[in-house]
Design a protein. Structure first.
Length: 258
């Protein structure tokens, strides 16, 4: 995976790059990760570029185990999940967190399957170099941190099988996730002036500031469409999600892509 945008680090926003995953923990975002899982299922090889703390991996495992619990027959092959991020420390932490989840789920689903065999995992810091090798690729909020979004997407598209699908989410120029978090606090009857809430709002505010000053890559629908097209993607579908704060794009591999 490409390194975090050097301009972001140079201007002192590396703390945001390290903690931007906090934005992915919003309640609405968790429901949204479930939607991403629906787009990816039921394919057996899933690559998560920019896996962060492993939020999507958790959603994938939990949803798949519940699916097995109610399925009439167990699939012949397990899902194989590959989590990729920028540092070995990040992926090691994500792997450890998933190990803990497996231990928690084992007693609940022991009658239908073992979580570790139902969803096998692999972790790394580089996108696979082989072409036509991955059924489904998800990149959730990682495009904004790539040194070159075009190179980032070209690598992803090249890795797709001819029948594969790419699912990408990104911030827009107006994205301000603090508003969603405040709504979440109010709905839960929690005080946004509490120390924990203030820390979270601080990081979301810095994220918004970085977007506003162009230190993170942000795209409107037309810009994202052009970028994906130049990367060799086709059959594009781009929709706003999370109350219009993010864009969700699905795409397939074009015939001319390497």
């Amino acid at each position: 995976m490409e390194s975090i945008n050097s301009d972001l680090v140079k201007h002192g926003y590396n703390e945001i790059a390290e903690r931007y995953v906090a934005a992915r923990n919003l309640y609405k975002s968790q429901k949204y990760l479930g939607k991403l899982n629906e787009l990816l299922a039921p394919h057996s090889l899933i690559l998560d570029i920019g896996c962060g703390a492993g939020e999507f991996a958790h959603t994938l495992v939990i949803n798949h185990m519940y699916h097995l619990l109610h399925a009439s027959r167990v699939p012949q092959r397990p899902i194989h999940y590959v989590g990729i991020d920028q540092s070995q420390e990040t992926v090691a932490a994500a792997e450890q967190a998933l190990t803990v989840l497996y231990q928690e789920l084992q007693p609940m689903f022991s009658k239908v399957a073992t979580p570790t065999t139902a969803v096998t995992t692999e972790w790394g810091i580089h996108i696979p170099s082989s072409s036509d090798s991955v059924d489904r690729i998800v990149s959730h909020l990682s495009l904004s941190f790539a040194s070159s979004p075009l190179t980032f997407l070209r690598q992803a598209v090249r890795t797709l099988t001819q029948d594969g699908r790419l699912i990408v989410t990104c911030v827009q120029p107006h994205t301000d996730l603090a508003r969603l978090y405040r709504e979440q606090l109010h709905q839960a009857g929690q005080d946004e002036l509490s120390p924990a809430a203030q820390i979270f709002l601080h990081y979301l505010g810095r994220l918004h500031e970085a977007i506003r000053h162009g230190l993170l890559h942000s795209f409107d629908r037309e810009q994202l469409s052009d970028l994906l097209t130049h990367a060799g993607a086709t059959s594009l579908r781009i929709v706003p999600v999370l109350d219009g704060q993010l864009l969700l794009a699905t795409a397939r591999k074009g015939k001319s892509a390497g």
